[in-house]
Design a protein around this ligand. Sequence first.
Ligand code: NAD
Length: 281
Amino acid sequence: MTKQHAHDFKGKVVVLTGAGGVLVSEFAKQYAQAGAKVALLDLNEEAAQGYADEINNAGGTARAYKCNVLEKPSIEAAKEAVVKDLGEVDILVNGAGGNNARATTDNEFHETEGLEDMKTFFDLDQDGISFVFNLNFLGTLLPTQVFAKDMVGRKGANILNISSMNGFTPLTKIPAYSGAKAAISNFTEWLAVHFSHVGIRVNAIAPGFLVSNQNRALLFNEDGTPTARANKILNNTPMGRFGEAEELIGGLLFLTDEHAASFVNGVVLPIDGGFNAYSGV
Ligand code: NAD
């Protein structure tokens, strides 16, 4: 059941990239429930439209836009349409991101033998690594360039980025994704400082381990039992379970609420059941 949160976003225009995906579509629904007009941007317009329809059918105000966060003209076109349809933008959630198999090793540790038929660090594909780096880092920077310009001096304007546990300590197998999320945490701090004189707050959430399309294959075997990796995660999460997408909402709404978080700037908030705090001992 969806929790009720006491944040009021009435009249605010919230733009969310990656809103055709599992997590950010949920974010969009929650902002709409809290009174915001939401713009769902995604490369996959059909998925974004499906979620926008759901929000509108439930009495909210939502529009879907096709947008590639790696192409400035595409972001600019989406922005123009959002402003025309919904009004000036108050909040940007940079949600598009993810990993790719071409930037993932098969092995956690390199060994001197037993690596036949494995994709090791030495086999990683340069294009795959660029893809992941660009999607996460540039895919956050470029929309920020486009949308933040008109947020300058706008009361209550702010930006929320999505980092990850691997932004603090890298996870095995996914060097590009880990590096790109570390870059997002760093960029969040940079932006918070850069915009501090013009009233745009910038923060990030760092979700812990949640089950989604992006990581399902890494966490569960075909028969539904947890993989060795999933068991490792659970053993290293003091609360002993995976998170639910809706458990990110409190942090999301708090950080982007101009009243509740008016002096919170440049933080990366872990929402992780204690994973980041635990040394494993
Ligand atoms: P998802 O794969 O369900 O959704 C990602 C969405 O981004 C998709 O709808 C996809 O079409 C869109 N997208 C991809 N490339 C794009 C582009 N170039 N332009 C515009 N849209 C594009 O992912 P998710 O699980 O909802 O994750 C959302 C964010 O949260 C990502 O930044 C992800 O890295 C981060 N995150 C997720 C988890 C998790 O456990 N799911 C944990 C930590 C961080």
